[in-house]
Design a protein around this ligand. Sequence first.
Ligand code: FAD
Length: 353
Amino acid sequence: MSDIDREQKHIVLEQMDSKSGEMIAPCRTLAYDTLVLAIGSTSNDFGTLGAKEHCIFLDSRQQADRFQNEFLNLYLQAQSKVAGRGDDTISNKRLDIAIVGAGATGVELAAELHYAAHQFCKYGFKVSPENVRISLIEASNRVLPGLSEQVSASAQAELLKMGVNVLTEHKVTKIDDSFIYFENGQSLPATLKVWSAGIKAPDFLKNIAGLETNRINQLIVHSTLKTTLDSHIFAMGDCASYTPAGQQRAVPPRAQVANQQAIFLEQALKAHIEQAGLPEFVFKDKGSLVSLSEKTSVGSILGNINIQGFCARMMYVSLYRFHQMALHGFWKTSVFILKDRLSRSARPPLKMH
Ligand SMILES: Cc1cc2nc3c(=O)[nH]c(=O)nc-3n(C[C@H](O)[C@H](O)[C@H](O)COP(=O)(O)OP(=O)(O)OC[C@H]3O[C@@H](n4cnc5c(N)ncnc54)[C@H](O)[C@@H]3O)c2cc1C
């Protein structure tokens, strides 16, 4: 979808091409009586100089694959330099990896990279984990700024214990091939750079068809999830911004919100079509869990109960299985669990290609 014509009540679908460039379907329109926009979000680099050119974003599978590839290449490069010296010593060249944005994605990635750095030695790589510097950069004064201070403090303590270089109150102003520059005048060397500092709705949504949008292109919606200026257009998930009455902040762009809004809309759309009174969306925050690699997780559940350690890890794993169950049903998920258990001993801990 690339545009909306509210007068004609249709959306515009762009031409669809095959990978080889052959046209599959031409540019066309699609009529609607009621439209629900649920087109998600993309990374937001806030116009930071050099971010687009020098950072890897994590919006798609292709970008994640690119990150994995560049991460492995960094190791292979360091390894070949050691081998070139013809000795068996450990490389003392430091690998600098920087993650911009200490939200859940940045924190989880930092912990996973720390785990990977330790696993690489087991594959015979001569790059010592001590020589891999993982920096997690955050503009606000704490990691996980969207979660409670206690969860944030637990996560930060775990990351510091792992040796992650946590830089809070460091606002990035510019990035080039080898460095990240901060507002405070400092800079940090970084070979591999990942950007995970916030989201925005797709640019083409900005004031689309005269609808009201915010500074990150999200469509502003009422408590019914109807857009403020058109009662036939609903928006949900990351591309929508809903601020509950009496609150300062909009509900967060998370899977939990999108999921609850989808369930809500199933009922609300029936009422809308039958021209009955619409219910109001109420977000019930069931908590958040952040994985800190294999052994531990941190988070909060049931409103404000903070959890961490093995218990949180078990909950994180169970949550993943619940998601699988929602998609595949109970029996298929049980088979997946069994298959994963059986193949665990034969599978390598790191995917190298
Ligand atoms: C790396 C990463 C990790 C995350 N981890 C978590 C997590 O652990 N917990 C959590 O709660 N949230 C997490 N999120 C956020 C979560 O993925 C989103 O909040 C959630 O997917 C939003 O759901 P949505 O339906 O609004 O959008 P999406 O799930 O993004 O779905 C939007 C769909 O619309 C399609 N689309 C986009 N533009 C168009 C267009 N113009 N025309 C047609 N189709 C279009 C997209 O291809 C996509 O399939 C993570 C996000 C990322 C990037």
